[in-house]
Design a protein around this ligand. Structure first.
Ligand code: HEC
Length: 108
C-alpha cells in the first residue's frame, strides 16, 4: 500500500514537473517571439508593416532568411556602401539580427 501511494505520488509529481517545465519553455518561446516583434516594429517606419514596403525602400517580407542576415551582417560590419542601415545595424546584437532575419523571412 505505501509503495503504491508513493508510486502514485511520484507519478503525479513527475507529470506536474513535466507540465511545469513545458509551460516555462513555452512561455520563453512566446517571450522571445514578442521581443523580436517589438524589435521589428522599429523597422516598420521605413520597411513598412511586417516588411511590406509601400515605397522605394526595399521590402523585407518573405525574402530569404540567409540573404537578410547576410545584408544585416554586412551593414553591421560596415561592409556595405549604405548610410542608414550601416548605422542602424550596429545597434543590434548578432542574435537580434538573426532573429530579425528569421522574422522577416517568415512574413507573408
Ligand atoms: C530610417 C529608415 C530605416 C529603418 C528604420 C530601417 N531600415 Fe533597413 N533599409 C533602409 C534603407 C534606406 C535601405 C536601403 C539600403 C540603404 O540605403 O541603407 C535598407 C535596407 C535594408 C536591408 C537590405 C534589403 C535588401 O533587399 O537589400 C535589410 C535586410 C534591412 N534594411 C533590414 C532592416 C531591419 C531588420 C530594420 C529594423 C531593425 C531596418 N532595416 C530598419 C532604411 C531603414
Amino acid at each position: 500500500m505505501p509503495l503504491r501511494l508513493a508510486t502514485q505520488v511520484t507519478g503525479t509529481f513527475v507529470a506536474l514537473a513535466a507540465l511545469a517545465s513545458w509551460s516555462v519553455a513555452d512561455a520563453q518561446d512566446d517571450a522571445a517571439a514578442l521581443q523580436t516583434a517589438v524589435l521589428a516594429g522599429s523597422c516598420a517606419n521605413c520597411h513598412g508593416t511586417d516588411g511590406h514596403s509601400p515605397g522605394a525602400i526595399p521590402s523585407l517580407a518573405g525574402k530569404k532568411e540567409e540573404d537578410l542576415l547576410k545584408a544585416l551582417t554586412a551593414f553591421k560590419q560596415g561592409k556595405a556602401k549604405v548610410t542608414v542601415m550601416t548605422r542602424l545595424a550596429k545597434g543590434y546584437t548578432d542574435e537580434q539580427l538573426a532573429a530579425l532575419a528569421h522574422y522577416f523571412a517568415t512574413r507573408e
